[in-house]
Design a protein around this ligand. Structure first.
Ligand SMILES: Cc1cc2nc3c(=O)[nH]c(=O)nc-3n(C[C@H](O)[C@H](O)[C@H](O)COP(=O)(O)OP(=O)(O)OC[C@H]3O[C@@H](n4cnc5c(N)ncnc54)[C@H](O)[C@@H]3O)c2cc1C
Length: 365
């Protein structure tokens, strides 16, 4: 089939990788920006795969999709040659003593929503010392074993290189698509015909989805020589909830002025952490605000005092595409599939949501 994928951010890439596995298709990827994908929400994301922790504010369908996606990610990453971009070593959730009721309420909410949450293990500082020694200053934590992360920035970088190397993929970068219909893509005054079209424009699909909104999120990248945390860690706090996502293999030890994968300048020998994320009902994509910077970094400093000497190497702002119910939406008709609304769960959901969309759409005919 002659297929168009409009929007080569996170969802578009996952669609392309799945269609390649099916074989026999010619695929055209359209994006309004460059194929590097650095302006997509998929690049800004921390890549946390947290089906349990996300349940605090999400429905159990997110949990089911999340479990399936965790199974699928390993294969997708292998496909693009990213063999160390997946980690499933669990998440630590902690809180300061005065915020322990908040933490307990959080865990109770998860347990009420799904029986599997009963496996979540309480850890006092001596237990935490066994798995994350540098966090042992915290006496009230929980360990969610079956969560993980994808190295999102490297997924975007590796998938660019991989998809670009496939002869039956054409990448039409810097090409804004105005409108999409079954079998048709509208670019300026031109209309192009395809056997099937995928609409994976994220927030760029507002032209069609009138109830789509953007939810602003800001993250900060720091590099710390004297902090060694190996698992994604969440701090529960009545106002400043943060997560800290270590990039285990990230750019560590690469002696380049600029890392070739993520194009960001390096401070040699330090480990990188992504600190996130604000959640603001706004579609403003401008740089991180002073307020968010202060909130994220002050909360960070309280998790591990050595973060005080970390270096802030980057910040990113983007908007999560979301519907009113914050749930993903798949629309299938002959010759057209639309996938959108992955909100703050893009990495957690994309492989499973795309699998479902393909099975109920193009693979069914
Ligand atoms: C700060 C932040 C942190 C996050 N952290 C996590 C996390 O830890 N875990 C998790 O699971 N999810 C996370 N997410 C959510 C995740 O990033 C999104 O759900 C996901 O990227 C949505 O994927 P998408 O493909 O729909 O959109 P995008 O990744 O934004 O891709 C859309 C693409 O479409 C292109 N496009 C748009 N309009 C047009 C047009 N008219 N013509 C051509 N191309 C167009 C864009 O250029 C872009 O490349 C986070 C998001 C943010 C903002």
């Amino acid at each position: 089939m002659n297929i168009a994928i409009v929007g080569s951010g996170l969802v578009g890439r996952v669609i392309a990788l799945n269609l390649l596995k099916d074989g026999g298709h010619n695929i055209t990827l359209f994006d309004k920006d460059t194929k590097e994908g650095v302006t997509s929400a998929g690049f800004t994301a921390a890549g946390m795969l947290a089906p349990f922790a996300e349940l605090e504010t999400a429905e159990s369908i997110i949990f089911e999709y999340g479990k399936r996606s965790i199974e699928l990610w390993r294969h997708l990453l292998r496909e693009v040659g990213l063999f160390d971009g997946f980690q499933k070593r669990g998440t630590i959730i902690t809180a300061h003593t005065q915020d322990v009721p908040e933490l307990k309420h959080f865990i109770t909410t998860l347990k009420r929503k799904i029986p599997e949450a009963n496996e979540i293990e309480f850890m006092d500082s001596s237990k935490l010392e066994e798995i994350e020694p540098e966090l042992a200053i915290h006496n009230n934590s929980f360990y969610i074993e079956k969560e993980g992360q994808v190295d999102s920035q490297r997924f975007i970088a590796f998938s660019t290189t991989y998809l670009d190397s496939i002869p039956n993929i054409i990448w039409r970068e810097n090409t804004t698509v105005q409108k999409i219909e079954p079998n048709r893509v509208f670019i300026g005054d031109e209309v192009e015909e395809f056997d099937w079209v995928f609409d994976s424009r994220g927030l760029g699909a507002k032209e069609y989805f009138k109830d789509l909104r953007g939810v602003r999120g800001e993250v900060i990248w720091v590099e710390a020589k004297d902090v060694n945390i190996s698992r994604p860690t969440r701090l529960m706090h009545p106002r400043y909830k943060i997560y800290i996502v270590p990039r285990e293999n990230g750019c560590e030890g690469i002696e380049l002025e600029y890392c070739k994968d993520c194009k960001i300048a390096q401070t040699s020998g330090a480990k990188r952490y992504i600190i996130g994320a604000s959640e603001i009902e706004s579609e403003d994509m401008s740089d991180i605000s002073v307020r968010s910077t202060l909130e994220l970094l002050s909360a960070l400093f309280t998790v591990h005092p050595n973060f005080g000497e970390a270096r802030v190497v980057n910040s990113e702002t983007n908007c999560r595409p979301a519907f009113r119910d914050n749930l993903p939406r798949i629309e299938n008709s002959k010759g057209l599939t639309r996938i959108n609304g992955l909100y703050r769960h893009g990495y957690l959901l994309a492989p499973a949501v795309v699998e479902k969309a393909l099975n109920e759409g193009i693979r069914k005919i």
